[in-house]
Design a protein around this ligand. Structure first.
Ligand code: PGA
Length: 265
């Protein structure tokens, strides 16, 4: 894996947006096929979404030939609820860019048959040609999407039960009450994310430092599902100085040296 370290979350977020833009343009230059992008919610991608919106508004980037798949959605929360991931994505990205509505895929946590909804989602990803680039955040417990500790590393899209820790962390969006956070979600699996051609994981702030260090230096483990990135042929972590703070000094130096060498510094 590569690890890109920036001074702060804003710089890291902008780096990620420019990386996505470069990948969209690179594919458009060689084929008419759509670029297939996996997207997360949460605080982590906000700077990236703001930069993507800026680029689209400035005419520097278009999502007209992009198909997106979001990672997850709460079960049983109305789509119009301000904390649904549908609301989040339209408020922070889709309302401000030119991605056609029919290209936007978000799991339906109110589907009458949740298992069928998950199976159809996996099929839609295959039909789109597979995901070119999946961007994700990580939880303080190392989860990727809602793949909580002890999720199988070969998991696919399914119904998941959220840990009490995650409900407490997310309660900041639900009036501080963990009981108000839905207890279940639909989530792409670890293997769904890892089947993407590229995976870019964002982690900012000291609260993510322990999970990030164990994903980078610890064993490949269902205890820290983002550690699956260790086996991905094209995995990138984009983080800030606070989030990388718990890795060994030599690991930090190695990642800095690789980046400097690749950028010809
Ligand atoms: P956050 O959440 O971006 O709000 O920190 C990330 C996650 O839980 O995956």
């Amino acid at each position: 894996m590569k690890v890109i370290i920036r001074n702060n979350a804003k710089d890291g977020g902008i780096w990620a947006a420019r990386y996505i833009a470069a990948k969209i343009k690179e594919k458009a230059a060689r084929t008419d096929e759509p670029f297939v992008l996996g997207l997360p919610t949460g605080s982590t991608p906000l700077n990236t979404y703001a930069e993507l919106v800026r680029m689209v508004k400035a005419g520097e980037l278009s999502f007209r030939n992009v198909i997106s798949f979001n990672m997850d959605e709460y079960v049983g929360l109305p789509v119009e609820h301000p904390e649904s991931y549908h609301s989040f994505m339209f408020t922070n990205l889709f309302n401000h860019i030119d991605e056609p509505l029919e290209n936007i895929h978000i799991l339906n946590g109110n589907a009458p048959d949740l298992a069928a909804e998950c199976a159809a989602y996996e099929e839609a990803i295959v039909k789109a040609g597979g995901i070119d680039l999946f961007m994700g955040g990580i939880g303080e417990d190392g989860h990727i999407a809602f793949n909580e500790p002890f999720s199988p590393l070969d998991s696919r899209t399914r119904v998941v039960t959220l840990t009490q820790d995650t409900r407490e962390v997310n309660s900041r969006f639900f009036g501080g009450d963990p009981e108000a956070v839905p207890s279940q979600a639909l989530s792409v699996g670890v293997a769904t994310v890892m089947a993407s051609k590229e995976v870019m994981i964002l982690a900012f702030g000291s609260k993510k430092a322990r999970a990030l260090a164990s994903a980078i230096e610890g064993p490949l483990s269902h205890y820290n599902t983002v550690s699956a990135l260790q086996n991905h042929p094209a995995g990138i972590i984009v983080c800030d100085e606070s989030a990388i703070g718990e890795v060994k000094v030599n690991s930090y130096r190695y990642f800095k040296a690789v980046e400097a060498a690749e950028m010809g510094l």
